[in-house]
Design a binder for this molecule. Structure first.
Ligand code: NDP
Length: 330
């Protein structure tokens, strides 16, 4: 195949890296046993870091960014996939060390692909994207811990962001009473619309961390890390749990062991990038049944392909609400 298609390409420069919108051919793609016509991709926080070069997310050059894509198989040497199959990809180093979703075509290992669950369009799958699939992994961790709606109130930090929006929507649909923490008072109605019982200002979690604070939450989904996660841990009720997946505030965790050894609190680390195919399939199957697609629609902001660099800047500045999707031109 020598057809050309539009793509973002990140190249190494003397000062770091540069991102350009260009045309490439399938000869420019990396090795893999499945070639996919990409229909939709999305913008995650990590894509923002990759596109702008703000953090060394991209570790191989030249590379097509985009850690997620959904589309249909053009050709396959993989036993699980054949031409025409609808597929979705999240992570596995795609958009970091292997060319990803911001191009008309992608060539990847079939082992990294998940069959697109029935009921999801490519656009909806990308509205979920890595952020939404990670939110589902967090929900699954809290459920496996044994939390039920009777356990008490849950907290979701960074609630107006991608992971946070999907987590609020999923947990409230599952019957939990959910409080969203957000730095954007303007997003209160949006979060109540997604099912949040209450919205609190994220500054409540900025203060000095005490080893133990008043027991407030049965569990939490945390995207922030840093002081926020440390303060959240100090407020978790006896036997509760936190699913931590992000570092929107900081990579640090200035906490004490008090919540763990005096209240039996559990901290679950959530990684979506290298999660097994079985776990991914389970998460996507759960998303297909548990995510309200009307709620998902409320989270979607669609940006034109050409505007991805500006959107990448905006997500790093905390200005993006919910989930950003992008239709990939062929
Ligand atoms: P978004 O940018 O969409 O959302 C992040 C949200 O965090 C913001 O919208 C904001 O919410 C909140 N936030 C921003 N800055 C701060 C701060 N200083 N203190 C507290 N809260 C803050 O990103 P995503 O939802 O896509 O990703 C969230 C995090 O999860 C990122 O750190 C990302 O890297 C990580 N992640 C990890 C994955 C994994 O596999 N472990 C997979 C996917 C994401 P608000 O405006 O409501 O306050």
């Amino acid at each position: 195949m020598t057809d050309t298609f539009p793509a973002y390409l990140i190249s190494k420069t003397e000062s770091g890296q540069a991102t350009e919108l260009t045309n490439i051919t399938s000869d420019d793609l990396m090795d893999g046993d499945v070639t996919v016509k990409v229909e939709y991709s999305t913008l995650n926080y990590k894509d923002g870091l990759a596109m702008t070069g703000k953090a060394p997310v991209v570790r191989r050059f030249p590379l097509v960014p985009g850690i997620d894509f959904a589309g249909s198989v053009v050709s396959s040497d993989h036993p699980r996939f054949k031409q025409g199959d609808r597929v979705v990809l999240n992570g596995f180093g795609v958009g970091e060390v292997h060319s990803g979703g911001y191009a008309g075509m992608a060539r990847v290992k079939g082992d990294w692909l998940v069959a697109l669950p029935k009921g999801f369009s490519a656009r909806q799958a990308m509205a979920v994207g890595t952020a939404g699939y990670t939110a589902m992994l967090c929900v699954m961790a809290l459920e496996q811990h044994g939390l039920t709606p009777d356990s008490g109130e849950l907290l979701v930090t960074g609630a107006a962001g991608g992971v946070g929006s999907v987590a609020v929507s999923l947990l409230s649909r599952l019957g939990f009473q959910v409080t969203g923490s957000s730095g954007r008072a303007s997003q209160r109605d949006y979060l109540i619309g997604l099912g949040a019982h209450e919205v609190i200002d994220r500054s409540e979690f900025n203060g000095k961390v005490r080893p133990l604070a008043k027991e407030r939450w049965a569990g939490a989904v945390d995207v922030a890390g840093g002081n926020t996660l440390a303060n959240v841990l100090s407020q978790i009720r006896y036997g509760g749990a936190v699913a931590a997946c992000g570092l929107a505030e900081s990579m640090d965790l200035p906490a004490s062991v008090a919540p763990f050894i005096l209240r039996g609190v559990t901290l679950y680390g959530i990684d979506s990038v290298m999660a097994s195919i079985e776990k991914r399939q389970q998460a996507w199957d759960r998303l297909a049944t548990d995510l309200d697609l009307d709620q998902l629609e409320k989270m979607i902001v669609e940006v034109p392909f050409e505007e991805l660099p500006a959107a990448a800047q905006a997500i790093l500045e905390g200005k993006v609400r919910g989930r950003t999707v992008v239709k990939i031109p062929s």
